[in-house]
Design a protein. Structure first.
Length: 89
């Protein structure tokens, strides 16, 4: 008996190119299905400060965002709060 482990070379090369093209063009979609994004970073700069109406809508939208979250982590340090004036300079 003669068993072949790999398909004929023509098919192997075609399958390799097809697999490469699929991952090249659709990797972001594939990754979102397999590994759901789990992290988000929010700070005061993500909410527009100039337009009061837009600012209010963004702040109210945070409730919906936090409703879908399982954890909420606040990174805070006293030196940062003491030096916050540097941000506004």
């Amino acid at each position: 008996y003669h068993y072949e482990v790999l398909p004929p070379p023509r098919w192997a090369i075609s399958i390799g190119y097809l697999t490469f093209a699929i991952f090249l063009f659709f990797w972001q979609n594939i990754r979102d299905i397999i590994l759901r994004p789990r992290l988000a970073f929010l700070d005061k700069f993500t909410i527009p400060q100039e337009d009061e109406e837009l600012k209010e809508r963004c702040i109210l939208g945070l409730a919906g965002f936090l409703t879908c979250s399982r954890q909420f982590l606040i990174l805070w340090s006293e030196p940062y709060i003491d030096r916050i004036w540097c941000i506004y300079e």
